[in-house]
Design a protein around this ligand. Structure first.
Ligand SMILES: [Zn+2]
Length: 106
């Protein structure tokens, strides 16, 4: 969800990380049910928190962190919004972040 929100393909993320050698890892990362012990640092390429990934993979659903239903952003990940600020929860669109709110208004 984060990768799609960033407008990137798996191949583009792999290239940005240093090459196609990352393709297999990235595909595994997005495979439901697979749990990876080590996760490549995706933060130089897109908003991503390995801690949140682990919470989603390892904890029961009622303990999952809240994610934006539009882009998957979580409150533990700093992400620029579209107006030179940091993304936070929208006051007007429940379940959405301000970045998604701003995109919908544009
Ligand atoms: Zn969002």
């Amino acid at each position: 969800m984060r990768r799609r929100a960033a407008g990137l393909s798996i191949e583009q993320v792999a290239v940005a990380l240093g090459g196609r050698v990352h393709l297999r890892h990235l595909r595994a990362l997005e495979t439901p049910g697979l749990r990876l012990r080590q996760i490549v640092d995706l933060s130089p390429v897109m908003a991503f928190s390995a801690d949140v990934y682990r919470q989603l993979a390892d904890l029961p659903a009622h303990q999952h962190p809240s994610l934006c239903i539009g882009c998957g952003w979580d409150a533990h990940t700093d992400q620029p919004d579209r107006h030179d600020g940091l993304t936070t929860w929208s006051r007007d669109r429940p379940g959405h972040c301000t970045r998604c709110e701003q995109q919908a208004a544009a």
